[in-house]
Design a protein around this ligand. Structure first.
Ligand SMILES: Cc1ncc(COP(=O)(O)O)c(C=O)c1O
Length: 449
């Protein structure tokens, strides 16, 4: 039997004979006993299937060359970098830390793109030394610095300019990036993108191979993505006119949304790929431009559904006629999205999956912040301390944004497959938490006080 709203759960999720949630052939109650809670359970099959869907949808709908790059900011660790590479995907990194993990995981760095609106000099130098495939340049200052750093290199560094096409998408303000008033990208409208192209074409150490734009995250309506592509192509045509420059690579970024609750829209990967491909093909045909390589960068939509977060209920506080607070052993330290941008999730009682909901409650975390609310006003069956709660669609921007606030160790990530569990990232220990600490210096002599 499947859980309610199956689209919110991993493909292998089912309810077993004990009325417990099972993922990848493992029942989560046993997993929670073995690994403790909070626990993040990763269903490899769901992620693999989704990656394959992205690749085949793009290949099927786009006649030119194409590539799918996983946006590692959604969640990255050694195993995940290895898995997406094994599945034929490229990788997008936004920091030297992410690049270092990719490198250590054995990912060929020529398949890695480096993003970021403010890349420190040290990180650019290292990325160049490591031979990163593409650098997505986000500002004039970065471009000038890169030009300086690459001046004497034997082979030019391939770059794409991240431009800002001035397209609004309807998503939370914190995750919109394509509108003019944004810290990301070189605006086309103000002439800054054009200035960047001139600098890039004048820099012997740089090879401008393409244009990139990312409009935002959790995008449910696809038309703005097509409009973004159209603006990039119009700009490319202008560049061909002025400089004889050819667009070889085009990336409309990532951003495809996912449902988090029953009734949320469920954008389809095939429709998304078709929308982008049609926009590129039509725009190129109209301008008689050769088809560029089309690179998409899904993050959330690739990983969100593969992971379920498990929490143990620690206490319940009923305030008659006001609210019932259910406190669990995790919260904003492992998933800050509800506190950061009012993200809403679904929850189930994982140890009694078919029990009928009886009460409306608010599930709060253990962190010392009133804003540490994981789920507001959700309906759950009767609960008592020790009950196990499961939050699906917990893969994206949760563990990657995790903190050690209150010095609570970060939870483990466990891969499940065919009834077996493999730890991909162990739980942080108290030793980990003090690894960077040094003792206080000896007291200052009295006469210096
Ligand atoms: C440049 C770029 N590409 C891809 C992504 C991934 O977006 P999403 O996780 O919404 O697919 C982001 C996210 O912020 C981004 O900034």
């Amino acid at each position: 039997m499947q859980p309610q709203s199956p689209v919110l759960w991993p493909l292998t999720a089912s309810i077993n004979a004990h009325d417990q949630l099972s993922i990848g052939g493992c029942d989560v109650v046993t997993l929670s006993r073995e690994f403790g809670t909070p626990l993040y359970v990763f269903d490899e099959h769901t992620c693999h299937r989704t990656a394959a869907q992205f690749s085949s949808a793009l290949q099927h709908s786009y006649p030119g060359a194409s590539a799918v790059h996983y946006a590692g900011k959604a969640l990255l660790n050694t195993a995940l970098a290895q898995l997406v590479t094994r599945w034929g995907l490229g990788l997008d990194c936004v920091s030297l830390g992410e690049l270092a993990i990719a490198r250590q995981a054995g990912v060929p760095l020529e398949h890695v793109h480096l993003h970021g609106n403010a890349k420190p000099r040290r990180e650019l130098e290292q990325a160049l030394d490591w031979g990163v495939g593409r650098i997505m340049v986000d500002s004039l200052d970065e471009l000038r610095l890169l030009a300086e750093l690459t001046r004497d290199r034997a082979t030019p560094q391939s770059i794409l300019l991240r431009v800002n096409p001035g397209v609004d998408v309807h998503t939370h303000a914190h995750i919109q990036t394509g509108q003019l008033d944004s810290k990301f990208g070189l605006p086309i409208a103000t002439g800054m993108a054009l200035e960047a192209v001139k600098i890039a074409l004048d820099s012997p150490g740089l090879e401008l191979v393409g244009l990139h734009a990312h409009l935002g995250s959790q995008i449910m309506e696809l038309e703005p993505l097509a409009l973004g592509v159209e603006r990039l192509l119009a700009f490319a045509a202008e560049l061909r006119e002025r400089f004889g420059w050819q667009l070889r690579e085009l990336s409309p970024g990532g951003g495809l949304g996912v449902p988090y609750r029953a009734g949320d829209p469920e954008p389809e990967i095939a429709t998304y790929a078709q929308t982008l491909a049609s926009a590129v093909v039509a725009g190129c045909e109209r301008r008689q431009m050769p088809l560029p390589k089309l690179v998409i960068e899904p993050g959330r939509s690739l990983i969100a559904r593969s992971i379920v977060a498990l929490y143990e209920v620690l206490s319940i506080k009923q305030i008659p006629d006001v609210r019932t607070f259910v406190a669990v052993d995790g919260g904003m330290g492992d998933n800050i999205r509800p506190a950061l941008y009012e993200a809403r999730y679904t929850v189930a009682r994982a140890d009694q999956m078919t029990a009928a909901p009886t009460e409306r409650v608010t599930v709060v975390g253990r962190y010392c912040e009133s804003g540490d609310v994981l789920l507001r006003d959700v309906d759950l069956p009767p609960l008592s301390p020790g009950a196990l709660l499961a939050i699906p669609m917990a893969g994206a921007y949760t563990l990657s944004m995790a903190s050690t606030y209150n010095l609570v160790p970060r939870p483990p990530l466990v891969l499940v497959r065919d009834g077996e569990a493999h730890v991909l990232q162990r739980r942080e220990t108290f030793t980990d938490l003090t690894l960077r600490d040094l003792p206080a210096p000896p007291p200052a002599p009295d006469n210096q006080r």
